[in-house]
Design a protein around this ligand. Structure first.
Ligand code: MTE
Ligand code: MO
Length: 519
C-alpha cells in the first residue's frame, strides 16, 4: 500500500497544529534544560530575545519601557515564545500534506537559534559551549517533528514509510512523552537558574567601611504619608538593564581587570576589593529613561572602593579622557575620566544598603558615579575598566542614538498627591522629591491651578549627591478638582524649564503636574 493524499488528509488540522507545537516545545524545553546545566550559557529563547533587545530600534524600546516598565522583559520573552509557537503550529498544519516543508521551517527556526547563540554577547561561557543548547534544540525539534508527522499519516502508511510510525495510540504516547520532556526540561531550567551567584552572595559577609557614611540627618525624611522613603529599600529600587536573565556571576571566580592607557594592568578579585579601604556613601541614581514624574530614580547607601583609588593603582597615562566599563554580559558604558577621579564619590560598589549587591543590581560589583545617568556610568556585573579616549569607542547606548556625555538633568517629582487622590479640606498635605546630583537643591516651588509659584518646605539636605525631599501644606484649599505643578531650583541658580524634552538622546525636562480632589 502506498501513502495517498487521502491518507494524509485524514489527519485533522488540530493534530497538525499539535504536532508542530510539540516539536518546537520539546526542542526548546530540552535546550533550556541543557542551558541551565551549563554555567553562564543563555537558553535558546534568551539568545533570540537578546538579539531582539540589541537590534530593536530605539523608539520601540522607549515604547516598551514606557508601556511595560520593568515588565518589559517578560513581555519580550512572551513575544518570542508566541511568535515561535505560531510559526511551529502553522508548520505542523502544513506538514500534514507537505512534511518536507514543515521540516524545513523547523530546521530554519533551529538555525535561527544557533545564529542567535553564536553572536549572543551575554554569554559568560565559551562560544562552543554557548552553541550547545541551540544545536540540541534543533536536533530534538526535528526528531520530534519526524516522529509526530509519521504518526499523522496513519498507522498503515506510516508503518510502511516510517519505522517510527506508531498509530493513533502511539501518537498520543509520543505527544505525552514530548510534553513530559518539555516539563522536565523547563523544571531543570528553573531549578538551576542563578544558583551559583545566589549561593555565592549568601555566603558573603561584608567588612565594615573604613569611612562610614553618617546617619541620615533628622528631617531628611519629610512627614507626609506616601512620600518615597529617603533611602530606597533594595526590593523597591528601580531596575533598568538589557539583561533578560540576570548574569550569574559568583564572587569566587570573579575579577575586575583595569587596563588600556595605564602604566600597569591591574586584576582584582572580590577578596582583594573587600580587603581595601572601603567607603560608604549615599548616592541617588537616575535613569535617562525616567519620564518627568517617573519612577526610575532611587537613593541607596553604597559600599565600595573609590574608582580613583583603583585607577591610581593602574596609573592613568596622559591623553586618556574616558573609561569604558564592561559587564559580564558584555554591556558597555563610557564615562568621563574626570567624573570618576574628581572629588565626587565614584565607587566600584560591592554593597547596597548594608548587603552585598542584589543580583539584579549588579552582584558582585558595579560602578556608581554621582551626577551621571546610569547608561553612561552605572555598569552592573562589572568585569572590566578600560582607560581610553572617547574618540576611540562608543558605549552600548551611544551606538543607539543616545549621547556620549549624559549628566543627570536636575528634576523634581510630586509623590503626594497621587493622580486624583482625594484630600479632606483641612488636610491637604503634599510632598515629594527633587534632585540635582553634585550641585544640590536650593528651592522647590509649587503652582496650584496655574497660580503664583509658592515655596515648598525643604527636608534637611543629606548631601548634594542625594535627592532632597519637600513638603507643602495647602492651608486655604477649596473643594473641587485642582492641579499642582512643581519646579526646582539648584544651588547654581538654575530653575527647571517647562519645555518638554524626550528621553532620547539625553533625558527629559519639563514640569511634573498632578490633578487631585479636595472634599
Ligand atoms: N550590565 C549592565 N549594567 C547596566 C545596564 C545594563 O543594561 N547592563 N543599564 C544601566 C542603566 S541604563 C541604568 S539606569 C542603571 C540602573 O541600575 P539599577 O538597575 O541598579 O537601578 O544600570 C546601568 N547598568
Ligand atoms: Mo538607564
Amino acid at each position: 500500500m502506498t501513502t495517498t493524499t487521502q491518507d494524509r488528509a485524514a489527519a485533522p488540522w488540530w493534530a497538525g497544529a499539535l504536532a508542530g507545537f510539540l516539536a518546537a516545545a520539546s526542542g526548546v524545553a530540552v535546550g533550556t534544560g541543557v542551558a541551565a546545566l551549563l554555567q553562564g550559557v543563555p537558553s535558546p529563547i534568551e539568545s533570540v530575545g537578546n538579539r531582539a533587545v540589541d537590534y530593536a530600534p530605539p523608539f520601540l524600546k522607549e515604547f516598551a519601557v514606557k508601556q511595560f516598565g520593568t515588565a518589559d522583559k517578560p513581555v519580550l520573552i512572551g513575544g518570542v515564545v508566541a511568535t515561535l509557537a505560531l510559526v511551529a503550529i502553522v508548520a505542523g498544519i502544513v506538514g500534514r500534506r507537505r512534511p518536507r516543508l514543515a521540516i524545513i521551517v523547523v530546521a530554519l527556526l533551529g538555525a535561527l537559534a544557533i545564529v542567535a547563540a553564536a553572536i549572543d554577547r551575554t554569554t559568560t561561557a565559551s562560544r562552543a559551549l554557548t552553541l550547545v543548547p541551540s544545536v540540541v534544540t534543533l536536533l530534538v525539534s526535528l526528531g520530534a517533528l519526524l516522529l509526530v508527522l509519521a504518526n499523522l499519516r496513519g498507522r498503515a502508511a506510516a508503518a510502511a514509510a516510517h519505522p517510527l510510525g506508531l498509530g493513533r495510540r502511539g501518537f498520543l504516547k509520543a505527544a505525552l512523552g514530548v510534553t513530559a520532556l518539555a516539563i522536565v526540561g523547563g523544571t531543570v531550567g528553573r531549578l538551576f537558574g542563578d544558583a551559583a551567584a545566589a549561593a555565592s552572595r549568601s555566603g558573603i559577609r561584608l567588612p565594615r567601611a573604613a569611612t562610614a557614611a553618617p546617619e541620615v540627618p533628622a528631617g531628611a525624611q519629610v512627614d507626609v504619608t506616601g512620600v518615597s522613603e529617603f533611602v530606597t529599600p533594595n526590593r523597591d529600587f528601580y531596575r533598568v538593564d538589557t539583561a533578560l536573565r540576570i548574569p550569574d556571576v559568583p564572587a569566587e571566580g570573579w575579577s575586575l581587570r583595569i587596563h588600556g592607557m595605564v602604566d600597569r594592568e591591574v586584576n582584582l578579585s572580590f577578596r582583594d576589593l573587600m580587603g581595601m579601604a572601603l567607603e560608604e556613601h549615599r548616592v541617588t541614581l537616575t535613569c535617562v529613561s525616567n519620564e518627568v514624574g517617573g519612577p526610575y530614580v532611587g537613593n541607596a547607601l553604597w559600599l565600595g572602593v573609590r574608582t580613583a583609588t583603583l585607577l591610581e593603582m593602574a596609573g592613568v597615562q596622559a591623553g586618556a579622557d574616558a573609561i569604558k566599563s564592561t559587564s559580564a554580559d558584555r554591556w558597555t558604558a563610557g564615562t568621563p575620566l574626570e567624573a570618576v577621579t574628581d572629588d565626587r564619590n565614584s565607587m566600584v560598589a560591592i554593597g547596597m544598603n548594608g548587603q552585598p549587591l542584589p543580583l539584579a543590581h549588579g552582584f558582585p560589583a558595579r560602578l556608581v558615579v554621582p551626577g551621571l545617568y546610569g547608561f553612561v556610568s552605572a555598569t552592573k556585573w562589572l568585569t572590566e575598566i578600560e582607560v581610553t579616549r572617547f574618540a576611540d569607542f562608543k558605549g552600548y547606548w551611544t551606538t543607539r542614538d543616545y549621547t556620549a556625555l549624559a549628566p543627570i538633568k536636575f528634576s523634581s517629582r510630586i509623590d503626594v498627591p497621587k493622580s486624583f487622590q482625594a484630600f479632606a479640606k483641612d488636610a491637604v498635605r503634599m510632598g515629594g522629591i527633587a534632585w540635582a546630583q553634585t550641585v544640590g537643591i536650593e528651592k522647590v516651588e509649587l503652582s496650584i491651578d496655574k497660580g503664583e509659584w509658592v515655596e515648598a518646605e525643604l527636608g534637611t539636605e543629606d548631601t548634594v549627591e542625594t535627592w532632597r525631599q519637600w513638603s507643602y501644606q495647602w492651608d486655604d484649599a477649596t473643594t473641587g478638582v485642582h492641579q499642582v505643578a512643581i519646579r526646582a531650583t539648584t544651588k547654581d541658580g538654575e530653575t527647571q524649564t517647562s519645555d518638554r524634552a524626550p528621553i532620547r538622546p539625553n533625558g527629559t525636562t519639563g514640569w511634573h503636574s498632578v490633578q487631585f480632589r479636595v472634599e
